[in-house]
Design a protein. Structure first.
Length: 456
């Protein structure tokens, strides 16, 4: 007999935000990862590994069911879950190389999920003749997990040796997450109200105590948080780039590789981090791209995910907040640019509103999708840095040679996602065709920007 769980997990407000904004398809939050392999993986073993992962990770077997009113949707067990629908095997299309794989990935990125099923798909492409022997295109919705969580989930299907990895037996469970009922919804409103009251009372008590001890500092803290929230949600009404102004639902993908050691050394030389050098490479690439279009820029706006995930957080869902940062483009010297970027990013990481991602998302979720679009569609680019494995990994007997993550543009002209693997920064570039109709030129400019950063 199957036991029913007392409560199906609800989307967090942050996850609901990524789902809600898809009323505008330009803001779709689909993530695609391309994994290149040195051999064709053992199909039966691959299926068995993914099936085990779907048992270990409940989110892989759950679909979204909308709830009533403002209550977030719930993750409900899919009674019709069919592994063979989610995991597919195809002959690699022509040309049988990375370009052909990226065309499959591009189509996947532009195709909406079936709302009646869990929001992920794996497609094995066999018979490549160049760049790799086979490839896997992994597609999932951003509400399922963030980049760091996705790396942890990958640990359930990837191995440290070609022969495989010993994994713990799966604890049996007959519980299922049921569809929401009216009683559940009413309970959510009640518990949310209690939580708000409890947090308000607790905050008021802390504020009252601080007002007695340090009244001026307490008032400054409250005012500072309010101003910080305003900075995070401030509408942007025009693009900083005079070139990348149009937006559409059309996408194209490209890749770029930079050695980890070179980018990390550049970051350190500039008094920053690998991530700061990563942003500097994009900025210098943007200067070159705009020069090629006879345009000048003194700054650009970037959307950057900030990781809020802790080691003990569950794997599913997002533990990030998106911040929109104004980045200067008036510095020619890479070291000075890295130093400036480091200062700007650190200030944003210390913003009082950054840990308030979920409450802020809850407020944004009651706004029309058009209002949310106004916040995001005028951002120039999105940049994300995801730490991957420093050692080689294997997938059902095949060695992974490269892996590229293509994050959604969510209204920006393009997204560059850096996923480190062994000694390389594997960058996936997801471009809005209307904003950047000359993808080859953009990639050449970005490559020039990273050469400039790494050669300093």
């Amino acid at each position: 007999m199957v036991a029913v769980s007392n409560d199906a997990p609800r989307m967090t407000q942050s996850d609901m935000f990524s789902w809600h904004m898809e009323q505008n398809p330009i803001l779709r939050s689909t993530v695609v990862v391309v994994v290149l392999l040195d051999a064709s993986p053992d199909w039966d073993r691959f299926l068995a590994t993914v099936e085990r992962a779907a048992q270990v990770l409940p989110a892989m077997r759950r679909k979204l069911v909308p709830d009533r009113g403002l209550a977030p949707a719930r993750w409900v067990d899919d009674a019709d879950f069919d592994l063979n629908w989610h995991v597919r095997r195809l002959d690699a299309p022509h040309p049988k190389n990375l370009d052909g794989v990226l065309e499959v990935a591009r189509t996947a990125a532009m195709t909406a999920f079936d709302p009646a099923r869990p929001m992920w798909e794996y497609t094995l492409l066999d018979g490549l003749e160049e760049d790799a022997a086979a490839a896997v295109v992994m597609k999932f919705h951003h509400s399922l997990t963030d980049g760091v969580g996705g790396v942890r989930i990958a640990a359930e299907i990837m191995d440290f040796e070609r022969g495989g990895t010993e994994r713990e037996p799966i604890a049996s469970s007959d519980q299922v997450a049921p569809a929401p009922t009216l009683r559940d919804t009413v309970g959510w409103y009640a518990s949310s109200g209690v939580t708000v009251v409890r947090q308000s009372v607790s905050s008021a008590a802390r504020l009252g105590a601080r007002m007695v001890v340090r009244p001026l500092r307490a008032l400054r803290d409250v005012a500072g948080t309010a101003v910080s929230v305003a900075r995070i949600v401030e509408p942007v009404t025009s693009t900083a780039s005079p070139v990348m102004t149009e937006r559409s639902t059309r996408r194209h993908l490209a890749t770029l590789d930079v050695p980890v050691d070179a980018l990390a050394a550049a970051g350190e030389a500039g008094g920053g981090t690998l991530n700061d050098a990563f942003l500097a490479g994009i900025v210098l690439g943007m200067r070159d791209y705009h020069r090629r279009h006879d345009a000048q820029i003194d700054h650009l706006r970037v959307t950057m995910p900030m990781n809020l995930r802790h080691e003990d957080d569950p794997l599913g869902g997002n533990r990030i907040t998106l911040v929109r940062i104004r980045i200067p483009c008036d510095l020619d010297e890479p070291k000075k640019l890295i130093d400036r970027i480091h200062d700007i990013v650190m200030k944003w990481r210390l913003e009082p509103a950054v840990p308030l991602a979920d409450p802020i998302a809850g407020a944004l979720n009651v706004l029309p999708a058009a209002a949310v679009g106004a916040m995001l569609e005028h951002v120039d680019f999105l940049a994300s840095d995801v730490p991957g494995s420093p050692v080689p990994l294997y997938l059902a007997g095949a060695k992974i040679t490269r892996q590229y993550a293509f994050g959604p543009t969510i209204g920006a002209a393009f997204n560059v996602t850096l996923l480190s693997y062994v000694g390389d920064c594997c960058m996936g570039i997801d471009v809005d065709d209307a904003a950047v109709p000359d993808l080859d030129v953009l990639v050449e400019s970005l490559a020039a920007g990273f050469r400039e950063v790494c050669e300093t």
